[in-house]
Write a protein that binds this ligand. Sequence first.
Ligand code: G3P
Length: 215
Amino acid sequence: MKFFIDTANLEQIKEAQDLGVLDGVTTNPSLMAKEGIKGQENILKHYEDICKIVTGDVSAEVISTDYAGIIKEGEALAKLHPRIVVKVPMIKDGVKAIKYFSDNGIRTNCTLVFSAGQALLAAKAGATYVSPFIGRLDDVSTDGLRLIEDIRLIYDNYAYHTEILAASVRHPMHIINCAQLGADVVTCPLSAILALLKHPLTDSGLAQFLADAKK
Ligand code: G3P
């Protein structure tokens, strides 16, 4: 399973990259705003800076919601770097744009996916990745992991190539459950990746080994 980091924070991206297990980055307009990145020029430069740090795919989201606008913005983003993946919302014009991008060799990440039907449409349009938001489903008392299970079944039934990118992943158990269910990718905060390291028996066992080594 691939690990993506869900942030626009360059320090956190560097830390995850240095760990040696990072396969890519996802961003969204909220994450860019959180880092204070404003204006088209600064946003494009920030994506280039992220691409200089990581060796994997970097999802860059369009903010247009009409077909022509999504195409224009997506083509500009894709030109920035070969590893940029254009992130497009699951709306009618977004699906049409994903089909256009797919036909023209531009890779896409279909975002804001909350149902199996939406994931099926994204795959049919030729999305490279589909992003079901599991944490936000959990937030409204719906089973986010069940959606991963459903999409896996549907995609396997028809051998769709679209990769399931579990998004809105909030904690280490989400990562483990997504791995059990066969998600291709998880995107999560650095804290969730680092939490996988932790086990009290590892800490106490290491302390014992180091104490015994001094004997
Ligand atoms: O990048 C999309 C998604 O991962 C957002 O997560 O935590 O804001 O629901 P969250």
